[in-house]
Design a protein around this ligand. Structure first.
Ligand code: PLP
Length: 396
């Protein structure tokens, strides 16, 4: 479908992704280049009986519409919905479930997703299966009439496991057309992968990461091809009030404009950092390395390797020293930001997962995650090298 030009309301040429990301037609009455922020909760009606396009910001706001339309073109979706965080996007999806439903999800999920699914199974009568999705049969074996949602992430974080999204989606849709397939595409962003193109029902992302790109806001986005499904998700958002606030819509739109160039540079840097570590004998997980066990599968689906990688030092103490020893790499959770970050998932982003469960899922306690930014890569490698040497993880 050709995208709708918001200015003329006519279908227009579909440009290349990099162009769509920066191109916007003016939508306001003054033809402002940067869409204004409609910082208002309410909209006045022309009369007691005439409803305007907007009435109350929980239900809709021009700043949100503008962002959502822009994202729909980028994500090749019929409809995109912007909400207050990535977890909020997942929460909206979870409200399509009812007691007795079954969810099949990965075993290396984002920590917050894991926490929400645990809550659903403890309180809402929903059965959640966590399987190693790298083996498609593990997912397929669990499918039944009760399967309401298959939730996939690829690559996972921090273990960088890849799953065959097109194949799993095809099998689910053939066997149980009513089961929804949702993909958390945060690690890839629209630059790296477009799961809607292979029949996935819902793609969602934490816009806190690559889409925003500066760690200045929290946001989540949901993208669908089915208008009916879009209406169901919108119903939840309007009912619960988790639509993204006007200022954050504007901020996200600003960040979004440089997505392509930020992503490319970060990925170029990540590849060099991954090669540096691998050349020095560390066990590195990154889809840009041929040594990744699912390198071929990844590149059948994706156009990019992303900028998140992880490696092991062999000792928890050593890893702790490496993380503390880095100067340029900020010690922080999250990724997709312009500046580079270093963390120990078991102590930070994945600390909410029970240590026993972490062990079962083979999450190494000494794992270091690197989220590479857009700095000069020689500075990044120098800084990492200094930290590795001073922690005795690497000889000079
Ligand atoms: C960060 C993240 C989320 C949650 O997003 P928030 O914006 O932090 O709520 C979900 N999935 C993945 C893969 C993430 O990295």
């Amino acid at each position: 479908m050709a995208p709708l030009d918001t200015e003329t309301k006519e279908h227009r040429k579909q440009y290349k992704l990099e162009t769509e990301i920066v191109y916007t037609a003016p939508t306001d009455q003054y033809r402002s280049s940067s869409t204004p922020i409609y910082q208002t909760a309410t909209f006045k009606q022309a009369s007691g009986t005439e409803m305007g396009e907007y009435d109350y910001t929980r239900s809709g706001n021009p700043s949100r519409t503008d962002l959502e339309n822009h994202l729909a073109r980028i994500m090749r979706a019929t409809r995109v919905l912007a909400v207050t965080s990535g977890m909020s996007a997942m929460d909206v999806i979870s409200r399509l479930l009812k007691p007795g439903d079954e969810v099949i999800a990965g075993d290396d999920l984002y920590g917050g997703t894991n926490r929400l699914l645990t809550f659903l199974s403890a309180n809402w009568g929903i059965t959640v299966y966590h399987v190693d999705t790298t083996i498609a049969a593990n997912v397929i074996d669990k499918l039944s009439e009760n399967t309401a949602l298959v939730l996939l992430e690829s690559p996972t974080n921090p273990l960088i496991k890849i799953c065959d999204i097109p194949y799993i989606t095809k099998v689910v849709k053939e066997k149980y057309p009513n089961a929804l397939v949702a993909v958390d595409n945060t690690m890839m962003s629209p630059i790296g992968m477009n799961p809607l193109d292979v029949g996935v029902d819902i793609v969602y992302e934490s816009a806190t990461k690559f889409l925003g790109g500066h760690h200045s806001l929290m946001a989540g986005v949901l993208a669908v091809k089915s208008a009916e499904l879009g209406d169901k998700l919108y119903f939840v958002i309007n009912s619960t009030g988790c639509g993204l606030a006007p200022f954050d819509c504007w901020l996200l739109h600003q960040g979004l404009k440089t997505l392509a160039i930020r992503f490319e540079r970060a990925q170029e840097n990540a590849q060099k950092v991954a090669e540096f570590l691998e050349d020095r004998g560390f066990k590195v997980r990154y889809p840009g390395l041929k040594s990744h066990p699912q390198y071929n599968l990844h590149w059948t689906m994706a156009r990019a390797a992303g900028s998140v990688l992880s490696f092991e030092t062999g000792s928890v103490e050593m890893s702790e020293q490496v993380v503390s020893g880095a100067r340029l790499w900020g010690i922080s959770v999250s990724f997709g930001c312009v500046n580079s970050l270093i963390s120990m998932p078991c102590k930070m982003s994945h600390a909410s997962i029970d240590p026993k469960v972490r062990a079962e899922r083979a999450l190494p306690e000494d794992l270091i995650r690197l989220c590479v930014g857009i700095e000069d890569v020689t500075d990044l490698i120098d800084d990492l090298k200094t930290a590795l040497v001073s922690a005795n993880a690497l000889k000079e």
